[in-house]
Design a binder for this molecule. Structure first.
Ligand code: DOR
Ligand code: ZN
Length: 429
């Protein structure tokens, strides 16, 4: 045993005061009493699994003035996330083996947390899915245009899904229908305009299309960032291989509640009405939603401080996702079981990595947290390069420690390892 840690362990769905032992980065034992030379007693603080975020945009390479793998992964670590999966709308876009290899190299040199990469499927590389699959953890399809994105034509969706299905890897889909977006396209001056131009009908149409084309498939398909009541109705009775995610911004905001700095809340799919928001919470608390994903999509303040129509869509969220939900849990908005299932266990399961749970045999990725320690979220104390947060002033409960593969990365809210600690997950990519 390299290390033992003692405290209130969340294990088998309940807290139990006890110890876990780590050998070579793995949890090897969980018992009432365990002790080795390096023994850490955290008293009555909670020991919870670290989070896994299957949806981040770390902007590296190409847009590193917004974020890079070093700053993005640091923000993840401070927020209790031990593993992230990066989206392909970088520059170059990860649509080729070459681009995937380059990004892997960059992330290996810079990432503080473990990581995985998605390949984008577009009309040009649809015949190469089999080859790409050896170099990525999964695939991303954008059905509608969004920031720096590349689209897949609706007519190609059926073939694309059949091909990704053969790889057994997950396919994530941005579900807004391009034709519908084009039909409603107009000049936008406010968030309400943005909502009108990207109506729930566009999400509904895309979801209908996905469900129609996903028959008889067995590999995981993940619907990213569900945002509307209409969308919710579509996915209620979906096949088992289709999972659905929601973001903190769609759960904590509604369009009427945002009065200032409107461009900073411009995001795709848009933040909708309180009715949509409440429907998403209903979905979270009634087992319809599988995943919490940050969709961390930073842009600089300078880029956001322009007229509404010109502002890019997207907002940061990797560092605040776990703290926001821990605080929401404390206020009774969701159970700890639900929180840990959606932020840790299910994403690890979908990406097929041995993380997300305190269990013998898994990676020793966990956080230490004191639920009494609520902090007011402020951009000043966060680590994303973009320098702002939409959750300014919200209550958050931040972990005081983070361990990744048994290595202490954060201690007493401070970084304690060198920055290139993160490894690419998913076997021999
Ligand atoms: O608002 C968004 N921003 N939605 C996306 O799908 C992409 C993202 C970005 O990369 O900025
Ligand atoms: Zn995204």
């Amino acid at each position: 045993m390299d290390l033992t840690i003692e405290g209130q362990l969340y294990h088998n769905g309940a807290f139990e005061y006890g110890c876990l032992a780590v050998t070579q980065g793995k949890i090897v034992a969980i018992k009432k009493i365990l002790k080795t030379d390096i023994h850490l007693n955290v008293g009555n603080k909670l020991i919870l699994p670290a989070g896994v975020d299957l949806h981040v945009h770390f902007r590296d390479p190409g847009f590193t003035h917004k974020e890079d793998f070093s700053t993005g992964s640091q923000a993840a670590a401070f927020g209790g996330i031990s593993c992230v999966f990066d989206m392909p709308n970088t520059h170059p876009q990860t649509t080729t083996i070459k681009a995937l290899k380059e990004k892997k190299q960059i992330a290996s040199e810079k990432s503080l947390v473990d990581f995985g990469l998605y390949a984008a499927i577009c009309d040009e590389n649809i015949g190469k899915i089999g080859e790409l699959s050896a170099f990525c953890n999964g695939f991303k399809i954008f059905l509608g245009s969004t920031t720096h994105s590349l689209k897949l034509n609706n007519q190609n969706l059926r073939v694309a899904l059949r091909e990704t299905n053969r790889t057994k890897k997950i396919t994530l889909i941005h579900a807004e229908d391009e034709h519908c977006l084009q039909t409603h396209k107009d000049r936008e001056q406010t968030l309400i305009d943005h909502l009108r131009c990207r109506s729930a009908e566009c999400e509904e149409t895309a979801l209908k299309n996905i469900l129609n084309n996903a028959d008889n498939l067995s590999s995981p398909i993940h619907i990213c960032h569900l945002s509307s009541c209409e969308g919710f109705e579509m996915i209620r009775n979906r096949p088992h291989n289709i999972s659905v995610g929601v973001t903190p911004h769609h759960l904590f905001f509604d369009v009427q509640s945002i009065n200032t700095k409107q461009t900073f809340y411009k995001v795709n799919p848009p933040i909708r009405s309180s009715f949509d928001r409440d429907t998403l919470w209903y979905g979270v608390n009634n087992t319809y939603i599988d995943i919490f994903e940050s969709d961390h999509a930073p842009h600089t303040e300078e880029e956001k401080n322009v007229d509404f129509d010109s502002a890019p869509s997207g907002l940061p969220g990797i560092e605040t996702i776990y703290p926001l939900f821990l605080s929401a849990m404390k206020r009774g908005l969701l159970s700890l079981d639900t929180l840990l299932a959606l932020l840790c266990e299910r994403p690890a399961q979908l990406l097929n990595i041995p993380k997300g749970k305190i269990e013998v045999g898994r990676d020793a990725d966990f956080i230490v947290v004191d639920l009494k320690n609520t902090r007011t979220i402020s951009a000043e104390t966060l680590h994303s390069k973009c320098g702002w947060t939409p959750f300014e002033g919200f209550p958050g409960i931040f972990p005081s420690m983070l361990f990744i593969r048994g290595e202490k990365v954060i201690d007493d809210h401070q970084l304690v390892v060198k920055k290139t600690f993160g490894k690419c997950v998913g076997g021999n990519l």
